[in-house]
Design a protein around this ligand. Structure first.
Ligand code: ZN
Length: 97
């Protein structure tokens, strides 16, 4: 179908300009496109939730350096710390260490 082909190539050329500043998820079962915030050091895949460390080739060209394996641990620790801090502030006045 010639119509289909024309449509596809148009979409393809459009996609070429649109991939600007995007990276592809390294999760083999995901491969989703991720668009990080400019200058972001990490990015989270909106599709599978994997988080990656970023390296910027130039201000508009991100690359994935590697996955953040301890991200879940970190998120858990952060949530815990926030809860702790919130409890502490509510419970007693903040003091030194
Ligand atoms: Zn993903």
């Amino acid at each position: 179908m010639p119509m289909e082909n024309a449509k596809q190539s148009a979409a393809e050329s459009l996609r070429k300009t649109r991939t600007f500043g995007k990276v592809r998820c390294h999760n083999p079962s995901c491969m989703g496109r991720i668009q990080p915030e400019p200058g972001a050091r990490r990015v989270k895949c909106p599709t599978c939730g994997m988080e990656y460390r970023l390296y910027w080739v130039n201000p508009t060209l991100p690359r994935i350096r590697g996955p953040v394996w301890d991200v879940n641990k970190e998120i858990a620790a952060k949530t815990f710390a926030e809860k702790e801090a919130a409890g502490r502030i509510a419970g007693k006045k903040k003091g030194g260490k």
